[in-house]
Design a protein around this ligand. Structure first.
Ligand SMILES: Cc1cc2nc3c(=O)[nH]c(=O)nc-3n(C[C@H](O)[C@H](O)[C@H](O)COP(=O)(O)OP(=O)(O)OC[C@H]3O[C@@H](n4cnc5c(N)ncnc54)[C@H](O)[C@@H]3O)c2cc1C
Length: 336
């Protein structure tokens, strides 16, 4: 079934609680309706899952917003096919409960399953690319539905060939889970410490999920309507990947990465003078009081306020370290 709403304020559909009106919002509850809605929308279309990785301008979106509200998953042995609009964390909780491992480190990430391949979501040493086998995708350029394998999706750190294009609409996603109910090898030092194990060890998936959720809550990274530290889009900046000799003389966290080394955006922000809770214009936005990498709406903010703070942080880091931070969320009808 499809529902159409007019004069919807997009702030009601984003975790930042920001964004002006949409010309039209169509809610699609089946894959067929989703394809039909996208076909009917023409050129000006914005796909919306949980709105947890979107910064939408105060003028909103002068086109059709298609809200993906398909639900459910189907297990076939350790293979699972999930509808794009399914809430991600409900799905992770469900498969962990059913005794499957592999996705537990991605517990607590807000949003929908269909959005996870878009930026290859990741946390605590894992990313969806580790277990994703393929997606069913409606290609707006050809008007056809096709299967894209993990290789077709061109996964890299927080990106894929689909990010920022809106040409491929993910209808469903397939994962190959671990049948033994154990986690993927623990690769993240903070998580290993929390679990009291060495790096590389595998633990029961449910145990890893519980530890991840606890760590994330402490950083304001699990949505909570009464905690304004979670009124964010998660990490606002990606960790910059730079050549190995950049800032080599400064003692800071550095991780091996394809094409150089990955620096910690949170460390750079903090050491450029922007501590936890650093306020933006009028105190209506601020860095999260639990994590410097999340920009948060403290109530009554506009997207312009948020972007002013983002610019101040980006420019401050550039002035101090000569490294330019790039936003992780998609910016719609606004720019940094
Ligand atoms: C508190 C918090 C913590 C977070 N933690 C993490 C984290 O640990 N790791 C991480 O990687 N991310 C994290 N995020 C970011 C975000 O949750 C993920 O990127 C998530 O996958 C976005 O899902 P969504 O359904 O909300 O996408 P939306 O914000 O609705 O959409 C994001 C983009 O994907 C497009 N899109 C959505 N669905 C589809 C589809 N089916 N087909 C094609 N395009 C589509 C949209 O058009 C948009 O361009 C966090 C966000 C918050 C608020």
């Amino acid at each position: 079934m499809t529902r159409v709403e007019t004069r919807t304020v997009l702030a009601e559909h984003t975790t930042l609680r920001l964004g002006g009106p949409a010309r039209e919002l169509v809610v699609a509850e089946t894959a067929e309706d989703l394809v039909a809605a996208v076909r009917a929308a023409g050129d000006r279309v914005l796909l919306l899952g949980g709105g947890s990785n979107l910064v939408i301008g105060d003028d909103g979106f002068d086109g059709t917003v298609v809200k993906i509200a398909t639900r459910g998953w189907r297990l076939d042995g350790a293979e699972v096919e999930v509808a794009a609009g399914q809430n991600w964390d409900e799905f992770v909780a469900g498969v962990v409960e059913a005794g499957f491992g592999g996705l537990e480190c991605l517990s607590g990430i807000p949003g929908s399953v269909g959005a996870t391949p878009i930026q290859n979501v990741g946390a605590y040493g894992c990313e969806v690319a580790d277990l994703l086998t393929s997606v069913e995708c409606y290609d707006r350029r050809t008007g056809e539905v096709r299967t894209m394998t993990a290789a077709d999706l061109g996964f890299a750190y927080r990106t894929s060939v689909l990010k920022g294009t809106d040409t491929g609409i993910v209808l469903s996603v397939r994962f190959a889970l671990r049948e033994d109910g154990l986690s993927a090898p623990i690769r993240y030092a903070e998580l290993a410490r929390k679990l009291g194990v060495e790096l590389g060890v595998r633990v029961p998936a449910a145990q890893a999920r519980a530890a991840v959720l606890e760590l994330r809550r402490g950083k304001g990274m699990v949505l909570d309507p009464v905690d304004q530290d979670t009124w964010s889009a998660g990490s606002f900046f990606t960790n910059p990947i730079v050549a190995e000799d950049v800032l080599a003389d400064v003692e800071m966290p550095r991780y091996p990465a394809e094409g150089g080394v990955k620096l910690s955006a949170a460390w750079l922000i903090e050491h450029a003078g922007f501590g936890k809770g650093y306020p933006g214009p009028g105190g209506r936005v601020s860095l999260s009081s639990k994590h410097t990498l999340a920009l948060t709406n403290r109530g009554g903010a506009t997207t312009a306020d948020l972007l002013a703070l983002a610019r101040e942080v980006r420019d401050g880091v550039r002035a101090k370290f000569g490294v330019t931070l790039h936003p992780e969320p998609l910016l719609i009808n606004c720019s940094l």
